[in-house]
Design a binder for this molecule. Structure first.
Ligand SMILES: Cc1cc2nc3c(=O)[nH]c(=O)nc-3n(C[C@H](O)[C@H](O)[C@H](O)COP(=O)(O)OP(=O)(O)OC[C@H]3O[C@@H](n4cnc5c(N)ncnc54)[C@H](O)[C@@H]3O)c2cc1C
Length: 652
């Protein structure tokens, strides 16, 4: 493709012993890269139920050998420690990346062999954005001036300065450069999820594991091996044993098991759980040995020196909000030459569509509040109507009761002036049994200070007719209706409050976005795109086993966009990158889900890898108002793809 490529890698040895499950397409692709030539035991054919797999180290070496054959340069044990802006007065000057190899090497969680260094808990860096729930967070960062150096700045002593016109970041999910270049990441948060990785030395002479029947396998709690693990008190959801250059076991282990087996000292909240002080390393090794023995490895099998047993937290998953960022310098004015960066706002069409999205979001939330207001009003009217209906009903019933009381009272006074005749009793409307006991007839008490209504109620009470209105079934129904309306009102007021919160959050997001649009309005000189790939752009949910399988594609997509950059320019490259990232996010990323074409035709061009149906669906999303943020219009589809007559409409 005519590019000059330089890889900077801070590891100086290929130390990654863990083994990865591969999808058919990835395994086929690796065969095309010569993996079978370099590792004759590697196969892309299924052997019984054994999953296809290859060690991370071996995958890296396959790719390295190919890259060397293609003329790629490498700097090992060198860390990307900064980028330097070109001199704005020199139109042909380039950005430079500083690759630094400290004496004694770099030591990070990726290069260290400790039991928790594998994947650090990152939650401390995440915050809740405006209007976000407990499961959604953001990692908001801004351009770090200590990382992006001005034109005249001197690189660290001994650093290599590598010119670039596109920077691809494959730094993993804990990418420092992403943070320092101001990429915003959206974070999905799950409940506590812990993985235990066990790496053991494979002795080729060991008869048990030499046995070809001892193959790689996956384990679920109800499988025979799963039952043995459960009986031994190992609570887990999924485990796998992969046999490669090493023995590799990974278990999604339950926190309760780690506590019961004393590998974790105490149950602690969130980020305090998986810490060095809370971990008993010796107990973890005992537990790991127990698991390895149940899985079927001899008790004599040694742990690897590097990452022998390791816990990691996969309770969160991060993804870049935008798939690229453009780095440039202020083109003029007092701050000419100052480094600046932008993402979607750097692309005229995508920027306009994003502005429309924020407008739609805000107006939808304002409409939702208005709808609540209308509902509140309707409910208030209903409450008022029901209350007055109820009052009328009660009034009518009380009037009838009062009439009854009057009648009884008249009879009482008639009786006090002499016994009533049976004819008078009959005409009184009072039932015969009510006359049985003279003492049952109430005494009418004095009015005292009571109001007319109170007096009436008191009189009804004394004559035993006070409950007449309350006990009436129609009144009961009306009262229940009123009660229900009042409850709905409380809920509606809460809903309105939440919706009002969304309005404020959307106003804030819109204001932040418009600020970025304003900042980008002046344009930038010397723009270069930054493309994160692999876990740096989209971290997998680890048990899905799709990290590398999908990582191959995000990396190739970025390579293709760099090619487009050279052929058609930056705007076209941004549009392509955006299109393929939208497709990548939608997935579905399951082997066999039909998202990918057969690997034999795979090239850097994503059209050769993604199924036509997935491409069509991404295009359709852009013109479907239901797709919210993705409703970006026809112009979001790169023209070369818009022109194609693709089959597979509606995909899945
Ligand atoms: C336990 C476990 C099991 C997994 N199983 C599978 C599986 O079965 N199948 C699968 O497909 N995926 C699996 N994955 C996921 C897979 O390992 C990752 O998705 C994949 O390794 C990501 O590759 P990457 O190149 O994006 O990042 P990484 O593999 O994290 O590589 C990043 C590299 O960047 C280097 N680096 C970082 N910062 C700098 C810097 N500033 N300068 C220079 N170099 C730098 C690091 O040294 C590192 O080598 C698993 C992951 C884990 C943790």
């Amino acid at each position: 493709m005519g590019m000059r490529v330089h890889v900077v890698e801070k590891r100086d040895i290929f130390s990654r012993v863990n083994i990865l499950m591969l999808w058919q397409g990835t395994a086929d692709d690796l065969v095309a890269y010569g993996a079978k030539v370099f590792y004759p035991k590697f196969t892309n054919r299924h052997m019984g139920a054994s999953p296809l797999h290859l060690g991370t180290r071996e995958i890296q070496l396959v790719l390295l050998k190919n890259a060397l054959l293609l003329g790629v340069s490498f700097s090992y044990g060198a860390e990307l420690v900064g980028v330097q802006a070109p001199d704005p007065s020199e139109p042909s000057a380039s950005w430079r990346a500083w690759a630094f190899s400290p004496k004694g090497g770099t030591q990070t969680h990726q290069t260290a062999g400790g039991v928790l260094d594998f994947k650090p808990n990152k939650q401390a860096e995440y915050s809740k954005g405006a209007g976000m729930g407990a499961c959604n967070m953001v990692q908001a960062t801004s351009l770090d001036a200590t990382f992006v150096a001005a034109p005249g700045a001197a690189p660290p002593d001994g650093a290599e300065a590598l010119e670039f016109d596109a920077l691809v970041l494959a730094e993993g999910e804990w990418s420092n450069t992403c943070k320092r270049l101001g990429f915003t990441k959206n974070i999905d948060k799950f409940s506590t999820a812990i993985g235990l990785v066990i790496n053991m030395v494979r002795d080729p002479l060991e008869p048990k594991t030499k046995d070809p029947n001892m193959r790689s396998f996956t384990v679920k709690p109800f499988d025979p091996v799963g039952k043995l693990l459960t009986q031994a008190g190992v609570g887990f959801e999924f485990a796998e044993y992969l046999k490669g250059e090493t023995h590799y076991i990974v278990v999604t282990i339950k926190k309760a098991t780690l506590l019961k087996k004393k590998a974790l000292r105490e149950d602690k909240p969130g980020s305090e759980l998986l810490t060095r002080v809370n971990l008993d390393e010796a107990a973890l090794m005992v537990l790991s040995r127990e698991i390895a023995t149940i899985i079927g490895l001899p008790e004599t099998t040694a742990f690897c020196d590097f990452h022998g047993a390791k816990l990691f937290d996969f309770s969160t998953r991060a993804r870049c909000a935008a798939p690229f960022r453009v780095l440039g310098v202020m083109p003029g004015g007092a701050q000419q030459g100052t480094p600046i960066a932008a993402d979607l706002e750097a692309h005229p069409y995508l920027s306009r569509e994003e502005t429309k999205f924020f407008e739609r979001q805000l107006s939808a939330s304002i409409d939702a509040v208005k709808k609540c207001d209308t509902e509140v009003k309707e409910l208030e009217e209903a409450i008022q109507a029901t209350s007055s209906n109820l009052a009328n009903m009660k009034g009518a019933l009380n009037d009838a009761a009062d009439e009854m009381v009057n009648k009884v009272q008249a009879l009482v006074s008639a009786r006090s002036s002499g016994r009533l005749s049976s004819g008078q009793r009959r005409n009184s409307g009072v039932q015969d049994d009510e006359w049985e006991d003279d003492d049952a007839l109430p005494n009418v008490s004095s009015a005292g200070e009571a109001s007319p209504d109170q007096l009436a109620a008191q009189r009804r009470a004394e004559y035993g007719v006070a409950d007449v209105s309350d006990a009436n079934p129609d009144v009961e129904i009306e009262e229940a209706r009123l009660e229900a309306y009042k409850k709905s009102m409380i809920e509606l007021e809460k809903k309105r409050e939440v919706q009002q919160g969304f309005v404020e959050a959307n106003e804030q997001k819109q204001a932040e976005w418009l600020e970025r649009v304003d900042a980008a309005a002046g344009g930038m000189a010397h723009p270069v795109p930054i493309f994160p790939v692999g876990d740096a752009i989209l971290e997998p949910f680890w048990p899905q086993g799709l990290g590398s399988n999908r990582g191959f594609h995000s990396a190739l997509d970025a390579v293709w966009c760099t090619h487009v950059l050279h052929e058609e320019g930056l705007e076209a490259a941004m549009l392509e990158r955006n299109f393929w990232y939208d497709l990548l996010l939608l997935g579905p990323w399951n082997p066999g889900a039909g998202l990918l074409k057969n690997a034999e035709g795979w090239r850097a061009d994503p059209m050769s890898r993604y199924a036509d149906g997935a491409v069509v669906r991404t295009k359709q999303n852009y013109t479907n108002p239901q797709s919210k943020r993705l409703f970006r219009g026809d112009g979001a589809t790169p023209p070369r793809i818009a022109k194609l007559e693709l089959k597979g409409a509606g995909f899945l």
